[in-house]
Design a protein around this ligand. Structure first.
Ligand code: MN
Length: 388
């Protein structure tokens, strides 16, 4: 039997200000849709017995109509081709207040899709055990709280009638060598000992965007994301996993063609002139005609102010004009950050707090309640909070 395991599609994600010339929408948002469509093309070529999506289908709890349409049309293609799909909600799909509900539960109405979420109307209460051919697929949705997730995990047990038992989970993992976490405020964890004792044949994990085999009691993988969602993910290879269940379990990565990210090794500027640094960086960069579509991250330490301003003029200004997007981080001799010119905003909540700090306080308004009200509206707009 053959499984395709993917996760972390984050449909609706958008960043930076570039617009796709063909569609008129945010280019990174379009990139993410394109990666998902490309993945579905590959899946149709592979023709698996089941597709497993281990969560974070959408980037936010309240995705835009566009993101929903992309998801529905692509799952529709899988249905038309008679490929069953099991999907669980990840932390990005799960509202903090359960009554908010999810759009993902609408996917459950598709004939061949089992969409397992925390919605109250859902059969199984966030845990469903499904028989697909010789497989039993145990799908556990992310929950609003760690305790709720734990309660679901405690129900997990293999189906002794099935030839293969597969668990589908969305969380970080504690107590493995590289503890896996994203640093998101609403992420949940599974302990290594729980995974060690699951007695499954395969554990399909989502959440961590780097493809990774887990050192646990059975075969378990993070499939990784279909795209990169920050410069920190520059070294990850977007794609999914193709799994063959035969005498044993064979796991094969399938890579997708996505936007190029280049993150240079940190450069130490001590004793170097601006020309030296220009040469050093130029050697690492692709030819000029390839720069236009590329994301570039550069980090330089111990740079003197005079060298920095020369480099700014000779290299960084033209580079910023040319590349798709850049993150250039420069640190002075004392380790202080200098000349940060990246267009990337900080977290919107932080931007707003910084903005309030820097404006003249209005006599009439109470700065704390202004901050609180503003943060609430931001949360609503970002889909993190309910309007009430
Ligand atoms: Mn996640």
């Amino acid at each position: 039997m053959k499984i395709v395991h993917l996760s972390d599609t984050h449909l609706g994600y958008r960043e930076f200000h570039k617009i796709d010339q063909n569609t008129g929408i945010n280019q990174r948002e379009q990139d993410v849709y394109d990666a998902f469509k490309q993945a579905v093309e590959r899946i149709l070529e592979i023709g698996p017995d089941v597709v497993i999506h281990a969560g974070d289908l959408f980037d936010t709890v309240r995705p835009t109509n566009r993101a929903v349409n992309v998801a529905f049309s692509q799952f529709g293609r899988l249905c038309e081709n008679d490929i069953p799909t099991v999907i669980i909600a990840g932390n990005h799909d799960t509202p903090k207040i359960a009554t908010t509900g999810t759009i993902m539960q609408s996917l459950d109405n598709f004939p061949l899709v089992d969409a397992v979420t925390s919605d109250a109307e859902q059969p199984g209460g966030g845990y469903r055990s499904l028989r697909i051919g010789e497989m039993a697929v145990h799908a556990v949705s992310d929950a609003s709280t760690q305790q709720q997730l734990q309660d679901r995990l405690n129900q997990l047990s293999p189906d002794s009638d099935a030839r293969w038992n597969i668990a589908v989970l969305h969380a970080g993992v504690r107590q493995i060598q590289d503890q896996v976490y994203s640093g998101e405020f609403n992420e949940h964890y599974i302990s290594k000992s729980l995974l060690d004792n699951l007695q499954m044949d395969y554990v399909a994990l989502g959440h961590y965007h780097k493809r990774m085999k887990l050192d646990i009691g059975c075969c378990g993988w993070y499939s990784g994301g279909l795209e990169r969602f920050s410069f920190n993910e520059a070294a990850y290879r977007p794609g999914f996993l193709e799994i063959e269940l035969d005498e044993d379990i064979q796991v094969k990565p399938v890579h997708l063609k996505t936007r190029r990210f280049i993150r240079l090794e940190e450069i130490d500027a001590s004793g170097k002139s601006a020309d030296d640094l220009c040469r050093e960086i130029d050697e690492e960069l692709p030819p000029e005609d390839e720069l236009e579509d590329t994301m570039i991250a550069i980090s330089i330490i111990s740079i003197e102010e005079t060298v920095r301003s020369l480099l700014e003029e000779k290299l960084f200004e033209p580079l910023r004009e040319t590349v798709f997007e850049s993150r250039i981080r420069l640190y002075g001799p004392e380790g202080e950050m200098t000349g940060e010119r990246s267009l990337k905003f900080k977290d919107l909540h932080q931007e707003f707090a910084d903005y309030l700090e820097n404006i003249d306080p209005d006599q009439e308004s109470d700065p704390e309640s202004l901050l609180e009200t503003g943060q609430h509206y931001l949360s609503v707009a970002l889909g993190e909070e309910d309007e009430v």
